[in-house]
Design a protein around this ligand. Structure first.
Ligand code: UT7
Length: 363
């Protein structure tokens, strides 16, 4: 039987850096509050969000300015200069180059993006088209922050089953395009940001390093925890002026519920992953968590007695990039020499759905 191995990683972030001080000029928040509650010091956002934030910081009536942007775009323009598929393409190009694989050698593309370029077709299709491919299947998993782990698990089954040899798995997000950066949206706007990460999986013989096991879960009974109705059949019609005016187009989060669930589910799924493979924390060389916020990660590592030197975190520099955060952290951990050949690595994520999961692999 074949096994899937990660043979190349890549990532991409926009050039524009937004620190907590710029956000403090747009909404009632502070560097101290954000660092203490989340561990985030700065994040990357699209050039459009960056220009908007600079203008919002100067606006005398911030709510009126933000409403004007939601209604008319910035300076009356609503076309984006950077889309989520642009970031996905950049990260994927890097992963393919690092793997020494040409796009035409891919058998399948699996993307997860919470907010796509278009409602349909999905971002995987747009990304595939950017590579000039005309028949490679592109699959999109809309699994929020857990999307990359779900994507890895699906890709692994295709490779183990002998159906595909090379699969590109991508997590890409341009979340800064959906938030309200005034006091109304401050709970979420300070957390989330833009970025993309990608890996190339290749079939290898079963005795070699590679993906070992995946443990996936969803609880769809707590939808209010973290959701967005931007374009959906929860309303009739699916999109309307009224929906937007009532703020139902924007994301919602119950921060405390997410926090409690995330800590509980991370603990459970890591325990399950270790137990299924008859391992303990001591056997794992590196834990890569979804970079939701540092307090969630610390609560989990404290509870499971995972030493800090066994984790790699970059939430301080990028914020929460949802589906992109695990592949971005994996890429940087490999570059930093924190993951070496033969290391046992555990990836874990939790997000909207709620959906959560863990993957174990030998690097
Ligand atoms: O991928 C999963 C993504 N989601 C998450 O990771 C979120 C998980 N949740 C959290 O990390 C925390 O719940 C937050 C960081 C979102 C909030 O921290 P908290 O300690 O749970 O604060 P809270 O929601 O209980 O709010 C405390 C206060 C409130 O004011 P009042 O009601 O006490 O006057 C909030 O309005 O903090 C206020 N607040 C803020 N203050 C300054 C909320 N957002 C902000 C902000 N700046 N950005």
């Amino acid at each position: 039987m074949k096994r899937a191995r990660i043979v190349g990683t890549g990532m991409a972030v926009p050039e524009c850096v937004v620190d907590n001080h710029l956000l403090s000029r747009c909404m009632n928040t502070s560097d101290e509050w954000i660092v203490q509650r989340t561990g985030i010091r700065e994040r990357r956002v699209s050039p459009d969000t960056y220009r908007m934030l600079l203008r919002l910081a100067e606006a005398p009536d911030k709510v009126a300015f933000m409403d004007e942007v939601f209604a008319q775009g910035l300076d009356g323009k609503i076309d984006s200069t950077l889309t989520v598929s642009d970031l996905a393409f950049e990260a994927s190009t890097m992963a393919l180059k690092n793997a020494g694989v040409e796009p035409r050698q891919l058998d399948c593309i699996i993307d997860s993006s919470t907010v796509p370029d278009f409602a349909y077709p999905h971002t995987g299709c747009v990304l595939q088209g950017k590579f000039g491919l005309t028949s490679t299947p592109a699959i999109c998993l809309q699994q929020g922050c857990a999307g990359f782990i779900f994507g890895l698990a699906v890709a692994d089954q295709f490779i183990r089953g002998g159906i595909y040899e090379r699969v590109l798995v991508v997590g890409a997000e341009l979340l800064s395009s959906i938030f309200d950066y005034t006091d109304r949206g401050r709970d979420m706007a300070v957390l989330f940001a833009d970025g993309a990460g990608a890996v190339v999986l290749q079939a290898v013989d079963s005795g070699e390093s590679g993906l070992i096991s995946h443990h996936l879960h969803t609880d769809g009974t707590i939808l209010d925890g973290l959701s967005g109705e931007v374009w959906g059949t929860s309303t009739y019609p699916a999109i309307s002026k009224k929906k937007i005016e009532e703020g139902r187009g924007r994301p919602r989060m119950n921060g405390r519920a997410v926090f409690v669930q995330a800590v509980r589910r991370f603990r459970e799924v890591i325990g399950k992953c270790l137990g299924a493979n008859r391992l303990t924390v001591a056997d794992v060389d590196c834990f890569i968590f979804h970079q939701a916020n540092i307090r969630i990660i610390e609560a989990v590592t404290d509870a499971l007695k995972i030493p800090p030197e066994k984790t790699f975190n970059n939430v301080e520099r990028y914020g929460n990039t949802a589906a992109a955060s695990v592949p971005m952290a994996l890429h940087e951990a490999v570059l930093a020499g924190r993951i070496k050949d033969g290391d046992l690595v555990l990836l874990a994520a939790f997000g909207t759905g709620f959906s959560w999961g863990a993957s174990l692999l030998r690097w």
